[in-house]
Design a protein around this ligand. Structure first.
Ligand code: SF4
Length: 937
């Protein structure tokens, strides 16, 4: 007889389950939220969701503790003491919105560009960017400029797509996977699941990363490259492949600009540009007819390499001729780069041979007929099963754009973009190279009380597209799209506070930010940033940055330095759309988007930021947010906008369940029941492409026609990979003295060097500008697998995994420095000094130290106790990083950024590490504690 248990061993902990989308990292997995009596009791993965197929990671499951964090804000606040004092008065929403409207309204009526509107890891950039456009300010961007713009821009200017969430390896078919600089928080569930598939099939996984943690720890081979030298390693691989003739010539001739002819006329204004005929068509050389023909002549016997003379006498070379000459040069040989990049020459040669073997001896053939853009039918899809992926380890260097372009060159030479086994686009990519959107915000485009005629962010193709003031100086507050960073496609958020405080190029009236912790872990040079946020005008006694409005769900460090706080909800309390207009959740097999629905009602006086933004827009009378009668266009807030907003006729934030009856996808009239249709479908929408559209999307006639009809691209034109990047050469020519729009003399040399149309490597600037014997080591950071946002450190469950950080050093190197495991050490850069605790490890490049980023907190913030380990033992490298480079040639101080894209060069940091004289267990610097402003106060 079995006894009944005295206690319920498995009590039912829920009475309702709702689906929504996770926000604990950028992967945006589908989740099921279990509720009991309206309280969240459990979060699980949604098995039907295209991104995670039921998998939930530790972060996602710990979302409960994020939702119930004691660090949540609970009421609008207005500052009553000095900035940084924590003296605020709670106010009602009406007062908060009226105050914001008055501040913003005054700016809009006088000079709209004096609003600087910047957001952090916000997943609603389709809305926020449009709001800035309607307001009329060019000073808008999200956090891409200090995250990954080098990846995005390098990809979009080379192959019309990009790494990160905009594409993925063909996990099902790839046989060799090269992963560059990807920390373990990136890609999370999708990469983990993908690596599981590779391991199961026995595919080889090589991780190129100074640190052997996370994904690198399970790699078949770890290549512990020195930070900032990946471009040398990749260049040597290209050298080896070219030397051995192991390239996919057919792919290069058909789908890339390798055979396009380049004018060779040194010193002339057309040098290095594509040769064009009288009709403006680009040209290739027909080897049979021995004459130039337009690239649109698909029957020509195209020459991949060679130098020729055109009928009109112009001297030309094919772009691949120039590329091959560069990479075959001895400076790119493995023996030339091995010592500098820290990878033995034999290893480079072996990896190149492995790539060649897999690409050309182990090709994959799918029995799927398809037709290319020229109308040529292919009976099979042939793939070279090598995939590559990269992220911030490549991106966050001053040479990151060109390094990422070099990786794309390697991929394309092997014929591995969007082929079976290669790297695959995700919708809305591929797009034209670069996308046909120019940045807006020239002086002639900004008027008081008027919207901008286009979006603030876009893609320049020459000096004429820059946003320059009439005197040639920067037009944007962050100096994006100026000669400082001409292709700053994501803005330069890391420069906003510095420039605004220095009124360089001008002062702003209002700084408006959303979930961007710019007074702490998102700032370079924190001590000076705090000075800038609190600096006062000597004449007036007012703050130099007169008004700061900030919205966040949590009591972060930044809250203390704002004047007006608009408290946001948690991700479980609001509507959101993961939109095709922004960064959707598409899979390589087809487009997908999703929503968040509120699964619980807020228990505090908080409002979702997106609805607040629309409310402010209506109060300000912004055209897109107001009816002709002056009423709010979206009185129902963000869900109203998600359903009813049309960016162009039939195109809205969500592509699924469109049309009045919900029967259309892509384009279609608004559907009043669209959100319910998403909820009924598990809060997502996915369309699987037919097999004949799944690969070669950039040149796949059927796919391109479908994508045009669906609204992803304007025309069904092929996306020909631009190995040779003509827009870069146009900037270079300007710097050499050609054309009406030229850089100042202080900028010419660096533009000439960095804007090379062929990828190349140059040393990261900081390492090149400081004394390497004084600062012999590199210092980098990464986010841990258990945390993605800085807000992870307030999470009661995740803090138990990681409540503080250490400085990791290679064991042997530590011995030479006299540092033992657990010693407190000082880390000194050209800019500052910090103290943290060392841990010794194997598996890190011996010239590199590293730590977990954004664990260190300022005492009193995020609802943590003042003596929390995050505050007392945690530390940040940010204090060591200057947002400005040291002075060069006695003059201008450039920002610490990639000169092409403005990407923040976080990982160029050079340091000296020594055992600290003071071994007391406290990290330095310690700033005065801030008041606890969270609900748990
Ligand atoms: S991988 Fe990211 S989005 Fe997916 S469950 Fe984990 S935290 Fe959430």
């Amino acid at each position: 007889m079995s006894a009944e248990p005295a206690i319920a061993l498995s009590p039912k902990t829920w009475d309702e389950i709702k689906t929504t989308t996770c926000y604990m990292c950028a992967c945006r997995c589908g989740i099921k939220v279990y509720l009991k009596d309206g309280t969240v009791t459990y979060i699980d993965g949604n098995r039907d969701h295209p991104v995670n197929k039921g998998v939930i990671c530790g972060k996602g499951a710990a979302g409960i503790k994020q939702h119930y964090s004691p660090g949540r804000l609970s009421k609008p606040l207005i500052r009553v003491g000095e900035r940084g004092s924590g003296e605020f008065r709670e106010i009602e929403w009406e007062e908060a919105l009226q105050t914001a409207t008055q501040w913003l309204g005054t700016t809009r009526k006088t000079d709209p560009k004096k609003l600087a509107f910047f957001t952090g890891r916000d997943q609603s950039q389709g809305l926020t960017g449009w709001w800035a456009t309607q307001f009329g300010t060019p000073n808008y961007a999200a956090h891409g400029g200090f995250c990954s713009v080098n990846m995005a821009a390098a990809g979009l200017y080379t192959f019309g797509g990009s790494f990160w969430e905009f594409g993925e390896p063909d996990w099902k078919h790839t046989k060799y996977f090269l992963l560059f600089g990807v920390a373990e928080d990136h890609g999370s569930n999708p990469i983990k699941a993908g690596l599981g598939k590779l391991k199961k099939r026995g595919a080889k996984f090589v991780s190129v990363n100074p640190i052997k943690t996370g994904y690198s720890a399970i790699a078949d081979e770890w290549v512990g490259v020195r930070p900032g030298t990946d471009g040398l390693f990749v260049g040597a691989l290209i050298h080896e492949l070219l030397n051995a003739g192991q390239i996919d010539g057919d792919y290069l001739l058909r789908y890339t600009n390798s055979p396009w002819l380049i004018i060779e006329n040194p010193g002339a204004p057309d040098h290095g540009l594509f040769a064009r005929n009288a009709a403006g068509e680009t040209l290739v050389w027909d080897g049979h007819q021995k004459v130039e023909v337009p690239t649109s002549d698909h029957n020509a016997a195209r020459s991949l390499m060679g130098r020729y003379t055109l009928a009109d006498g112009r001297k030309v070379a094919t772009s691949f001729q120039l590329i091959a000459e560069r990479y075959l040069a001895s400076e790119n040989a493995p023996d030339s780069v091995a010592e500098r990049c820290g990878v033995p020459a034999d290893t480079i040669r072996r990896i190149a041979a492995e790539l060649a073997h897999v690409a050309f001896k182990e090709q994959i053939t799918l029995d799927v007929p398809w037709t290319d853009h020229t109308g040529r039918r292919h009976e099979k899809m042939i793939g070279r099963p090598i995939a590559m992926h990269a992220m911030r380890g490549i991106s966050a260097h001053a040479n990151g754009f060109q390094t990422c372009r070099a990786i794309h060159l390697l991929q394309i030479m092997l014929g591995t973009i969007d082929v079976p086994g290669g790297f695959r686009y995700k919708a809305p990519f591929p797009r034209p190279i670069p996308p046909h959107v120019k940045p807006t915000g020239k002086p002639s485009q900004i008027f008081p009380g008027e919207p901008l005629p286009g979006p603030p962010l876009g893609f320049v193709t020459g000096p004429e597209d820059l946003l320059l003031a009439d005197d040639g100086s920067a037009q944007r507050i962050d100096k994006a799209y100026s000669w400082d960073a001409p292709i700053a496609a994501h803005g330069m958020m890391h420069m906003v506070i510095t420039n605004a405080a220095k009124r360089d190029p001008y002062g702003v009236d209002v700084l408006f930010m959303y979930m961007a912790n710019m007074s702490w872990n998102s700032a370079m040079n924190i001590p000076d940033t705090l000075k800038y946020l609190t600096a006062k005008d000597e004449q007036t006694g007012d703050y130099v940055i007169p008004k700061i409005i900030y919205s966040d769900a949590y009591a972060s460090e930044m809250v203390h330095y704002a004047d007006l706080i608009l408290p946001d909800t948690t991700y479980l309390e609001r509507w959101d759309c993961i939109s095709m207009l922004d960064r959707p959740i598409s899979e390589a097999d087809g487009p997908a988007d999703s929503i968040r629905q509120p699964v619980v009602e807020p228990d505090r006086d908080v409002r979702p930021f997106q609805s607040v933004l629309l409310d402010l827009g209506a109060r300000l009378g912004l055209p897109g947010m107001t009816t002709p009668e002056g009423k709010p266009r979206y009185p129902g807030g963000y869900p109203d906008y998600i359903v009813n907003h049309e960016r162009a006729p039939g195109i809205g934030p969500l592509v699924g369940f469109r049309g009045v009856d919900g029967s259309l996808s892509g384009k279609g009239a608004p559907n009043p029941n669209q959100l319910q249709a998403y909820i009924d479908n598990g809060c997502h929408w996915f369309y699987e492409l037919p097999d004949e559209h799944k690969y070669f999307k950039h040149v796949n006639k059927g796919y391109l026609e479908w994508a045009t009809g669906f609204g992803l691209i304007g025309k069904p034109e092929p996306v020909i990979h631009q190995l040779y990047c003509e827009p870069l050469q146009k900037f270079r020519l300007a710097a050499e003295g050609h054309g009406d729009i030229q850089p100042p003399d202080s900028h010419r040399a660096r533009i000439i060097e960095a804007f090379d149309p062929i990828p190349f490597w140059y040393p990261p600037f900081e390492g090149d500008m400081v004394d390497e014997t004084t600062y012999p080591m590199h210092a980098v950071t990464q986010r841990p697998m258990a945390m993605y946002h800085s807000w992870g450190s307030q999470n009661a469950w995740l803090r138990q995994i990681l409540g503080r950080n250490w400085l990791y050093i290679a064991k042997e190197r530590a011995q030479t420095l006299g540092i033992a495991d657990g010693d407190w050490v000082t880390v000194t850069s050209h800019h500052g000094e910090i103290k943290g605790q060392a841990k010794l490890m194997n598996g890190v490049n011996p010239d590199t130290v590293w730590t977990w980023n954004a664990i260190g907190k300022r005492s009193g913030t995020w609802g943590l106790k003042q003596d929390a380990p995050e505050a007392k033992k945690g530390f940040l490298l940010n204090h060591l990083i200057s947002e400005l480079l040291p002075k060069r040639d006695g003059g201008y101080r450039f920002s610490n950024s990639d000169p092409v894209t403005g990407q923040a060069a976080w990982y160029d940091l050079r340091v000296r590490v020594e055992k600290a004289a003071d071994q007391r267990a406290v990290s330095l610097p310690q700033f005065p504690p801030l008041k606890n402003l969270g609900v748990g106060r």
